[in-house]
Design a protein around this ligand. Structure first.
Ligand code: NAG
Ligand code: NAG
Ligand code: NAG
Length: 203
């Protein structure tokens, strides 16, 4: 009667001993790994706990006014290529902008923000701009929030698409794209009104 008990007992203890050391090793290795990744300046956060809700898609249709002529231009050339290097596409020119963004196509319609940044003529072959600008909103709940647009704008194309690469305030973690369509272009003054359809994913 006692024989089977003494036989099974050693097997049971080596098993449990093995399991115990295995678990201890696992615990030690995981805790040292976690410790070695700890740092005084960085910490991985649990996203749902950080106060971010569900990601949503917002669409804006706004009008961008580039005023290069007149007494109060909103676009000012800051880099002009040396005269012996001018190309028919104006390659190399850079303008800083602080262009009004309005709800409707008319300058008199409600201002919702400003497009601040620069555009640079970046194509030798056609009139192609590199746009780098922030849409700084001033209207309603968007007041104080901004989105950052950086992309290629071949101004004589019907539709130009540029990426939204980020944002601030309500637009933290923003990503998306804009589609720009020229609404009005004055050849004499160079002033332009462009319709911007903005599609932006944010929280
Ligand atoms: C710590 O960093 C190493 C190397 O980058 C990685 O292999 C390990 O999984 C990390 N451990 C933890 C707990 O994140
Ligand atoms: C172009 O103009 C610059 C100064 O603006 C001058 O130094 C350079 O020699 C000129 N190059 C040619 C090929 O004329
Ligand atoms: C936008 O915010 C600024 C600063 O907080 C404030 O002065 C301004 O009145 C606000 N504008 C609108 C339209 O709410």
């Amino acid at each position: 009667m006692a024989a089977p008990l003494t036989k099974t007992l050693p097997i049971f203890t080596t098993h449990s001993l093995f399991l115990f050391f295995f678990l201890l090793l696992l615990l030690l290795s995981s805790s040292t790994a976690a410790k070695s990744n700890q740092s005084s300046f960085a910490k991985t956060l649990d996203k749902p706990l950080s106060g971010f809700g569900k990601e949503k898609l917002t669409h804006f249709r706004i009008y961008w006014h580039d005023i290069v002529g007149g007494r109060n231009p909103t676009a000012v050339p800051v880099v002009t290529p040396s005269s012996n290097k001018t190309s028919p596409t104006g390659f190399g020119m850079v303008s800083m902008i602080d262009d009004p963004l309005t709800e409707g196509p008319e300058m008199t319609s409600k201002m919702v923000g400003r497009a601040q940044g620069f555009y640079a003529l970046a194509s030798l072959e056609e009139v192609g701009l590199l746009m780098a600008m922030n849409f700084a909103f001033i209207e309603g709940k968007y007041n104080g929030s901004s989105i950052t647009i950086m992309g290629r704008n071949t101004v004589f194309s019907k539709v130009r698409e540029m990426p939204v690469i980020g944002g601030s305030g309500l637009f933290r973690f923003a990503r998306g794209y804009v589609q720009a369509r020229t609404h009005k272009f004055d050849i004499k003054t160079g002033d332009a009104t462009v319709e911007y359809n903005v599609y932006v994913l944010h929280y």
